[in-house]
Design a protein around this ligand. Structure first.
Ligand code: TZP
Ligand code: MG
Length: 225
C-alpha cells in the first residue's frame, strides 16, 4: 500500500475535545475534508471498547481508501484488521511488532532524537512520527520538545541511511504554523512527507473545514520541495 502521509489525523477521545460529539462522526467529517491517514489513539478505553470503536473507524477509513493505524495496541490492531500500528519508545519493540503483524503492516514509531530515529529506521519502521515539535496541552511532555530545527536534524541524518522511510512531525501544529514548520524543518537532503495533528482538527467545530484548510496549506507551501 502506497501511503499518502500528507495530513495525518491522530484522534483524541477525551470528553473535553469531543464534547457531545461522537468520535466516529468527527473522524468521518475530517476524512471528508481530506485527511490521508487516521491513527486511533485512546489511552482510557478498555480492550472491548477499543476494538468496537476501531471497527467503526475502520468503516470510515476503508470507504475513503486510507489507512487506519492503532496507537500502542497491537492486540487491537490484530483483532480488527487495522492496516498498522503506531508505537512509542515505551511500547512493544519494533522487531517484535513486525513479527506479529507481518511485512505488509504499516508500523510507525515516535522519534524525538536522531538516535531514536536511526534505530527505528534500522529496525524497519515504515514511517517516523517526529516530535514533539511545539509544546501542546494534548501531550504534556515538555522534555521532548525539539522545534523545527530538531526535526530538520533528524531528517538530515536519516536521509543518509534510508530513501524510503516516510516522515511526519507532530506537536502543536495548526493552520497558523504548518507552512513555517514544513519550511523550517526541511534540509537540502530531506523534507517531511506530512504533518500529524490532533487538536487542530479534533477540537474544531468544523473538522471538515479544518482538514481542508490544512490540506490546502500543505499543498501551497511555497518553498516546500
Ligand atoms: N505526540 C507528540 S505530541 C502529540 C503526540 C500524540 C500530541 C499532539 O497534539 P496536538 O493537539 O496536535 O498538538
Ligand atoms: Mg505509545
Amino acid at each position: 500500500m502506497k501511503v499518502d502521509y500528507s495530513l495525518y489525523l491522530v484522534t483524541d477521545s477525551t470528553q473535553g475535545i469531543l464534547g457531545d460529539r461522537d468520535l466516529t462522526s468527527v473522524v468521518q467529517a475530517a476524512v471528508e475534508g481530506g485527511v490521508t491517514v487516521v491513527q486511533y489513539r485512546d489511552k482510557t478505553s478498555g480492550t472491548a471498547e477499543l476494538i468496537r470503536t476501531a471497527k467503526k473507524l475502520h468503516q470510515v477509513t476503508k470507504a475513503a481508501s486510507i489507512p487506519l493505524l492503532i496507537n500502542d495496541r497491537l492486540d487491537v490492531a490484530l483483532a480488527m484488521g487495522a492496516e498498522g500500528v503506531h508505537i512509542g519508545q515505551d511500547d512493544i519493540d519494533l522487531p517484535t511488532a513486525r513479527r506479529l503483524l507481518g511485512k505488509a503492516a504499516i508500523i510507525g514509531v515516535t522519534a524525538n532524537s536522531v538516535q531514536e530515529a536511526v534505530k527505528a529506521v534500522e529496525d524497519g519502521a515504515d514511517y517516523l512520527g517526529i516530535g514533539t515539535v511545539y509544546a501542546t496541552p494534548t501531550k504534556e511532555d515538555t522534555k521532548s520538545i525539539i522545534g523545527p530545527a530538531g526535526v530538520r536534524d533528524i531528517l538530515t541524518e536519516i536521509a543518509a541511511i534510508s530513501d524510503n522511510v516516510a516522515t511526519v512531525c507532530i506537536g502543536g501544529i495548526n493552520a497558523s504554523n504548518i507552512q513555517r514548520v514544513l519550511y523550517q524543518s526541511q534540509s537540502r537532503l530531506n523534507s517531511l512527507d506530512g504533518v500529524a495533528v490532533v487538536s487542530a482538527i479534533m477540537a474544531s467545530s468544523d473538522p471538515t473545514g479544518a482538514a481542508r484548510t490544512l490540506r490546502s496549506l500543505i499543498a501551497t507551501q511555497p518553498l516546500f520541495a
